[in-house]
Design a protein around this ligand. Structure first.
Ligand code: PEP
Ligand code: MN
Length: 298
C-alpha cells in the first residue's frame, strides 16, 4: 500500500484528498475564503447572515406572519420546508407537507417582505418549481450523498446549502460538496447540523452539535460554514447558547427555527424558539461577532 502523506496526523483528511479528491473544496492558500452574494446578501464577508423560519411552511398565514416578524428583527433569509423528509413514513394529520403550495406561499411572502428564501429540495423533478421560487436550494442531511440530486441541483447554478449528514465525516461532506463544485457551481454553503453520538444528554437530545467541525473545516476548505443549532439540539432551551457558540467558533451563518407558538409547531415542536427569543438572541449574536471578529449579524 502506498504511504499516505498526511499533513493532519490523526485526522481523516489527507494531502492526497486535498489534491485529488476534493481540490475545488480545498483552500488554495492559508487565507483563501469564498465570498459570494445571494440576493444581494454576502456570505463569507463582514456580515454573518442569519436564516430563520419554521420547520414546515404550515400555512400561508404562518409564512406571512413569520416573514413579517423576522424582517423586523433583521433576519436575512427565511427558511421553511414545504417538502419534508420525515424519519418515519406514516404521515398523520400532524405531519403533513404543503409541497407546491408551500413553495408558492414562501415566494409570495418573499416578494412582499423582500426576504430571500431557502427551502429543501428532495427530488430532481421539482427543480423547475424551486429554481423559479427559491433563492437557495437546501440539500438536507438525509440527501447529502444523493449524488444524482447533487449534480442536478448544481447544474442549475442556483446557490446550494449542503447539510452534513449526522453520520458523515468531514471527508464525506467535502466529497459531496465537490460534486456541486465540479459542475462549475461555486455558490456552495456547508451546514453543520449535529451528529449522532453514542452519548447524549437526555432523551430529547438526538444529536450532538459538532462545533469543532467549524475550525476543522476552516483549515481545509474555503467554503462558508453555516450552523443549525435548532436541529442539532432538538431542544429550544439550548439553542441560544449553541447559536452564540457557533458565532464564537467562527460560523459564517446561522440557521434558526422560529415559530409564533413553538408548542403548536406541526413538526418538531420542541425545537423552535419564539420571536422575542429570536430578537434577543440575534442581538447577542451581533455582540459576540462584534467583539470577537469585528463582524456584524445585524
Ligand atoms: C431542515 O432543515 O428542515 C431539516 C430537515 O434539516 P436536516 O436535513 O438537517 O435534518
Ligand atoms: Mn426537522
Amino acid at each position: 500500500m502506498g504511504k499516505l502523506n498526511n499533513k493532519f496526523p490523526g485526522k481523516d483528511v489527507s494531502n492526497d484528498d486535498l489534491k485529488n479528491k476534493f481540490p475545488l473544496c480545498a483552500k488554495k492558500y492559508k487565507t483563501h475564503k469564498s465570498k459570494f452574494k445571494v440576493a444581494g446578501i454576502e456570505f463569507g464577508g463582514k456580515t454573518i447572515p442569519i436564516f430563520a423560519g419554521p420547520n414546515l411552511a404550515e400555512s400561508r398565514s404562518l409564512v406571512f406572519k413569520t416573514a413579517k416578524e423576522i424582517k423586523k428583527i433583521g433576519i436575512h433569509f427565511m427558511r421553511a420546508g414545504a417538502f419534508k423528509p420525515l424519519t418515519f413514513p406514516y404521515r398523520s394529520k400532524k405531519y403533513y407537507e404543503t409541497r407546491e403550495e408551500g413553495i408558492k406561499w414562501l415566494r409570495e411572502a418573499s416578494n412582499f417582505y423582500k426576504l430571500p428564501i431557502i427551502s429543501e429540495i428532495m427530488e430532481e423533478k421539482f427543480l423547475p418549481l424551486f429554481c423559479e421560487n427559491v433563492d437557495i436550494l437546501q440539500i438536507g442531511s438525509r440527501n447529502m450523498q444523493n449524488y444524482p440530486l447533487l449534480t442536478a441541483c448544481a447544474k442549475t447554478m442556483k446557490p446550494i446549502m449542503l447539510k452534513r449528514h449526522y453520520g458523515s465525516s468531514i471527508r464525506d461532506l467535502l466529497g459531496a460538496a465537490e460534486y456541486i463544485l465540479c459542475e462549475g457551481n461555486k455558490k456552495v454553503l456547508l451546514c453543520e447540523r449535529g451528529v449522532v453520538a453514542p452519548h447524549t444528554h437526555r432523551a430529547t437530545s438526538r444529536f450532538l452539535l459538532d462545533l469543532q467541525a467549524i475550525p476543522a473545516l476552516k483549515e481545509i476548505t474555503h467554503l462558508p460554514i453555516i450552523v443549525d443549532p435548532s436541529h442539532a439540539t432538538f431542544w429550544s432551551d439550548w439553542v441560544e447558547s449553541m447559536a452564540l457558540a457557533s458565532i464564537a467558533a467562527g460560523a459564517d451563518g446561522v440557521m434558526l427555527e422560529v415559530h409564533p407558538n413553538p408548542k403548536k409547531a406541526a413538526v418538531d415542536p420542541l425545537q423552535p424558539i419564539n420571536f422575542p427569543q429570536l430578537k434577543s438572541l440575534v442581538k447577542k449574536m451581533d455582540n459576540v461577532a462584534k467583539v470577537l471578529f469585528k463582524k456584524r449579524v445585524l
